[in-house]
Write a protein that binds this ligand. Structure first.
Ligand SMILES: Cc1cc2nc3c(=O)[nH]c(=O)nc-3n(C[C@H](O)[C@H](O)[C@H](O)COP(=O)(O)OP(=O)(O)OC[C@H]3O[C@@H](n4cnc5c(N)ncnc54)[C@H](O)[C@@H]3O)c2cc1C
Length: 317
């Protein structure tokens, strides 16, 4: 005897119910004529030998995707200065990639920050991601008495040192310490006016939030590219923790997507790929043609999503 419950809806009323709502048009098909989007990848300097091996495996896997540049983060308060420098220098000498070094203002005098920038220039690094940074361990930000107070000041300082390409940070959901959303946009404009050529956004999960941010940037007189930062989430619990710190909201639907996958890494990875793929496809359908990936030194999701965006690995040589 079957124990299945029977759907109480008589079959003859189901179809009208399905057809009652307007149709969703769906994402446009891939336009193969469309130029491929430009990608950039963000790496973290490794803390241990094992993590060093993981980073370089990640670099080698993503290198054939020929990103426009790759960037290496700078630990809170400059805590990874040596490791960031070593990683960036190795990228210059051992790969075909164009590295950008993240550099922050926090906890250092202008002379110290300038010296780091000069070392980068001497090592052949031509691109800096210029940031204010945060106080290590949290707490209210206080500029160093002889330091650059804000990222805009650092951009101006870098311009005086050498002809760096400079990227800066942008916050579609407003920086957590900003006096107001408009004030935050005005400070983004100051960074670009000081000589940065692009902004990379904090990650976000609602595409509409980012697209509305672009409208607000344009209304503020910003015309430089505001490249979306894409975080392919595979560890949902960690993403929730990190998002609370960096001011990215986590929508309920995302939690629902990962619900019940805590001890099922394979399903979690598939869900992660679908979430990120839907996000970039929707952005691409809105004519966004540059993407910055927070790789967390793990290449697989980024590689798959780049593939979905139309990017194919180039043969070596
Ligand atoms: C793409 C990206 C990469 C990052 N990489 C790193 C990294 O490698 N290392 C790291 O430590 N952190 C990194 N961060 C985090 C960043 O350092 C923090 O978010 C930091 O709190 C703000 O940095 P910012 O460069 O945006 O600062 P700013 O642009 O200086 O802005 C900081 C805050 O001050 C306000 N502000 C700006 N100018 C003024 C002014 N004149 N008067 C009053 N208020 C003002 C702004 O509205 C904002 O609230 C990154 C963030 C992003 C989005």
């Amino acid at each position: 005897m079957s124990t299945q419950t029977v759907d109480p809806t008589p079959p003859n009323v189901k179809l009208p119910e399905w057809l009652a709502k307007p149709r969703v048009p769906g994402l446009p098909p891939h336009d193969v004529e469309m130029p491929h989007p430009a990608l950039s990848f963000e790496f973290m300097p490794p803390r241990t030998e094992a993590l060093e091996a993981q980073l370089w495996a990640c670099v080698r896997r993503l290198e054939p995707l020929a990103p426009r540049f790759v960037s290496v983060t700078y630990g809170a308060g400059g805590s990874t200065q040596q490791r960031t420098h070593a990683t960036v220098t190795r990228l210059v000498t051992e790969t075909s990639l164009l590295p950008a070094a993240h550099l922050t203002c926090v906890g250092a005098s202008r002379a110290e920050v300038d010296a780091v920038a000069e070392q980068y220039w001497a090592a052949g690094v031509r691109h800096i991601v210029a940031l204010r940074g945060d106080v290590p361990g949290g707490g209210a930000y206080e500029p160093h008495p002889q330091g650059y107070a804000y990222a805009a000041d650092l951009v101006a300082g870098l311009r005086r040192i050498a002809d760096f390409e400079i990227s800066v940070a942008a916050y579609p959901e407003t920086h957590p310490a900003a006096r107001s959303p408009q004030d935050d946009l005005d400070s983004l404009k100051r960074k670009l006016d000081a000589g940065a050529t692009r902004a990379i956004t904090n990650y976000f999960f609602e595409t509409g939030t980012y697209l509305r941010f672009l409208d607000r940037c344009l209304a503020t007189g910003i015309t430089a590219p505001i490249v979306p930062g894409i975080m392919p989430v595979s560890n949902f619990a960690q993403a929730v923790k990190f998002s609370a710190i960096c001011g990215a909201s986590v929508p309920a639907w995302l939690g629902h997507m990962f619900e019940g996958t805590e001890s099922d890494p394979e399903t979690r990875r598939m869900v992660a790929a679908v979430v990120a793929a839907e996000q970039v496809r929707l952005l691409q359908a809105n004519r966004i043609d540059e993407f910055h990936f927070y790789t967390l030194n793990r290449p697989d999701l980024t590689f798959a999503i780049a593939h979905i965006l139309g990017i194919r690995a180039k043969a070596a040589g």
